[in-house]
Ligand binder design. Structure first.
Ligand code: ZN
Length: 173
């Protein structure tokens, strides 16, 4: 989705025509590609910050909407038409896109974990095992040091070579 052409090709079911200010060309130029469905027929996502927006009005300006809802977006910060973006800048945008994707996945995982943790906390606490005693007890004596470990079991000695081999005459003769 890093090229405007690729983003533009996703707007096959875009519900707004070319006579509106939210036509597919302007959406693609503003960094969006189409991910709509029956429930959200005008849902788009930025290819860098991954911000998803829907509920478009025909008089909206895609770039301004992107800027208002995701001012942190690196594509917005760059503020360049695609033909002006250098190879290095495109490389940086791709790096940011990957960072944003990883952050999105991690944020989702953290939320799932927090939900699970909250459910665990809501469970009734286990009954107390022993009431805390108010009487002061002498400190427990330190445990005796452990006896030294037994020596590792010895392996049986490797058998000596057969006697005949030792008596055999050297083969070089
Ligand atoms: Zn963005």
């Amino acid at each position: 989705m890093s090229t405007e052409e690729k983003r533009l090709s996703t707007f096959k079911k875009w519900p707004y025509g070319s006579d509106t200010s939210i036509n597919k060309e302007k959406m693609a130029a503003a960094g969006f590609y189409y991910i709509g469905n029956k429930k959200e027929p005008d849902l788009v996502r930025c290819f860098v910050c991954l911000k998803e927006l829907d509920g478009w009005e025909v008089e909206d300006d895609p770039w301004e909407e992107h800027k208002n809802h995701a001012s942190y977006c690196q594509f917005i910060h760059l503020n360049k038409a695609e033909c002006e973006i250098t190879f290095e800048e495109m490389h940086d945008l791709e790096m940011y896109r990957q960072i944003n994707m990883a952050t999105k996945v991690l944020t989702k995982k953290i939320k799932e974990f927090e939900k699970q943790a909250a459910n665990t906390r809501e469970a009734p606490p286990p009954p107390p095992s022993s009431p805390p005693s108010s009487s002061k007890k002498p400190p427990a004596p330190s445990l005796p040091s452990r006896p030294p470990a037994p020596p590792p079991s010895l392996k049986p000695p490797t058998p000596a070579p057969p006697f005949q081999d030792l008596l055999a005459p050297p083969s070089s003769f």
